[in-house]
Design a protein around this ligand. Structure first.
Ligand code: KG4
Ligand code: ZN
Length: 335
């Protein structure tokens, strides 16, 4: 059977990544993170674009070399069309278009959020359709009903901030260095999650709100440091653990509701925040409680990577879903 070999490129935010997939098997997945943003405490879009330009050729070279694949072996070039930062997406899109044009092979545009979910098909075990996927990243918080590889429906989402943003902004308020989410996770591991209470967002149906908890942490810190300027230092681990517990509780409440209403027991998590150790552990506990089969991606496929873009591209290739050379990035791409 013909096994397509595809080069995939991811450049939606601050990771430049390239991967090679052959016959649905990821042969290489190279990710370069951009340290330049650390000094600013967050991603600076213009600097991200410039760093992508510097990184993209070496990253593609390394992906080809690691996979032991040459340019002439490629059957298609895939790239992230959106959602993401326009300037960052432009680098991957322009590179992919030129590469495909030069080699005379098809171009495949991939939706970044769909790709996060399709990361579950890189390694065994893979979820059975239909399944629910809680997709949690720096820009999105969604509950997705996945009916087939390329047939997905968002049934709930955040009405304001993404949960990754809530992690990052809380971490910043606590003086933790960038990137905040992973640092908060690490610090929370040593704290008491019941030390402090924060409100759990309550939106209708399967939707979320995370701006309230961010504001309540802000006021909590303001009040506590008034009496004791060292409050944060003295209670850092407990604050992190308590905030993390609240964020996870908010996510799980809606996931349980959706699974119950739809009668689905195949439940997955995806996106950068699925790397969170508290969320991973809680999902395992809920699996026992509700008799779910749960799917948690390997760490390397949680945060942004081209392996997941390659996996999506593989399914699109099989369907003949190719793009024209006139395609341009779409920062708010939906599916
Ligand atoms: O999927 P991703 O790499 O990029 C986007 O598409 O946004 O997700 C990045 C988000 C950031 O908000 C980051 O802080 C968060 O995922 N994140 C975590 C952890 N690792 C990454 N949040 C909490 N705990 C973690 N261990
Ligand atoms: Zn992402």
């Amino acid at each position: 059977m013909f096994e397509p070999t595809i080069l995939a490129i991811e450049s939606s935010c601050d990771d430049t990544s390239a991967a090679i997939i052959r016959g649905g098997k990821v042969l290489s997945n190279i990710v370069t993170t951009q340290a330049v943003h650390e000094q600013y405490g967050g991603v600076v879009p213009e600097l991200a674009s410039r760093a992508h330009q510097q990184n993209i050729i070496p990253v593609v070279h390394q992906a080809l070399r690691t996979a032991n694949v040459s340019k002439s072996d490629l059957n298609a070039v895939a790239f992230t069309r959106g959602p993401g930062l326009l300037g960052a997406l432009l680098v991957g899109c322009s590179f992919a278009k030129s590469f495909a044009l030069g080699l005379g092979i098809p171009l495949i545009e991939v939706n970044h959020m769909q790709a996060h979910i399709l990361a579950h098909f890189i390694d065994e075990p893979t979820p059975q359709f239909p399944f629910l996927c809680l997709t949690v990243s720096g820009g999105h918080t969604q509950i997705v009903l996945v009916k087939d590889h390329l047939d997905m429906e968002i049934i709930g989402q955040t009405t304001d901030d993404a949960v990754g943003e809530a992690f990052d902004k809380t971490a910043k308020m606590l003086g933790l260095p960038y990137p905040g989410g992973p640092m908060l996770d690490k610090t929370a591991a040593k704290g008491n999650p019941d030390a402090f209470q924060f409100p759990v967002g309550n939106m209708p149906e399967y939707n979320f709100s995370f701006s309230g908890i961010k504001t309540s942490v802000l006021y909590f810190l303001r009040d506590k440091t008034k009496d004791n300027p060292n409050f944060v230092e003295e209670n850092l681990e407990d604050i992190c653990a308590s905030v993390q517990k609240t964020l996870i509780k908010t996510l799980m409440k809606k996931l349980v509701l959706a699974a119950k209403d739809l009668g689905i027991k195949e439940v997955a998590i995806a996106g950068g925040v699925s790397a969170n150790s508290g969320l991973r552990q809680t999902l395992q506990e809920y699996a026992k409680k509700y008799n779910w089969n749960v799917y948690i991606p390997a760490f390397q496929y949680c945060t942004d990577n081209a392996g997941m873009i390659a996996m999506a591209a593989h399914f699109q290739y099989l369907k003949g879903d190719f793009s024209s050379q006139y395609v341009s990035p779409e920062p708010r791409l939906k599916f």
